[in-house]
Design a protein. Sequence first.
Length: 359
Amino acid sequence: MHLHLRKRNVCALLTHCCVSLCVVEQATFCSWLISPRRFWGIASPDGRHSLSRRTACASETDVSYPGTAADMVQAGVPAEFAASIVELSSAVSAKNTEPVSDPLTLLRFFFSSSQDVDKAAAMYHQAVAWRSEYSICPVMERHGDAGQYHADGCRRTDVANWIWRRNPGASPEAALAQRHCFFGRLGRTAPDGGPVMVWRLGQADWAGYERENLFDTLMPALAAHFEDSFQAVRAASLRRGALVSARLVVDARGVKFSVVRCIKFFRIVVDIIAPHYPEMFTSVSVIRAPGFVTALWPMIRPIVPPKAQGKVAFFGEDYASNLLAHAGIDQSILPKSLGGDAEDDEVCEAAPVPVGIQI
């Protein structure tokens, strides 16, 4: 009986994480959970964390959105939502693509707020304040290519052309993340241009993270991963002229009961990171899932919001055809360790954490 309950708890935890990433009904900005300096280990250039809600910054190749319904439709917003996005654009004083204020990104906030303009505006302002307060610019520069951002988190470069890549040589923190974290964005995309994210969830050394107190150290790498993928979906959407979202592939082989050690990690993902990257995923495919995970899904499915039920799916070892049907991506674009053609180093190694590791 005890073993059965532990299995149920692990499955519920995994499902809660995946569903929460898919559907964020409202922003839950838990500033009490963790302080900015502790969360990032980075201060703003002036030593403070500004809560500025600046809405006039622009990238070097920005375009202006006058804000009529016709403009929104031309930008890719479905006609039935154009008037609402005009209203939202006015509510947040959007003038161009930054800060995260192009019509299709505003549409993400709108969808994530149950299509309520007031809630979407509040969520947007919260996200913009978060980007400034938690210093997205230095976080991204510590984990990859520099020169993409202004100090306040607004894009400096062309929003429709996202070229940033994770670089283990950028800093000791980046090297540590490459070696011991478990996530990455692949070089190849889905057919619609959407990014493909891979998590080696079953290989992550949760016990090692806890033993060496690495959760706070590795969290900026996770934030860079989310930011990278979010900017990739923005760029793909702007190029396509329609909303494009990411596919998340979670490799669950090796998941053990010790995954409960990652509750703190998932809580931060759900409560702090996910609300600021709305409507980023179109599917979450859990592959090579242990039998106990897939067996318990039918019991958990009824409590999952209907909007999210079709986004989350669990597959076993023979997952290629199911992945294509569910996420629209071919196995060939995955890393070689998952039967694809991509290099394995496109995803962090998820290597065991040595005792006494030093950064």
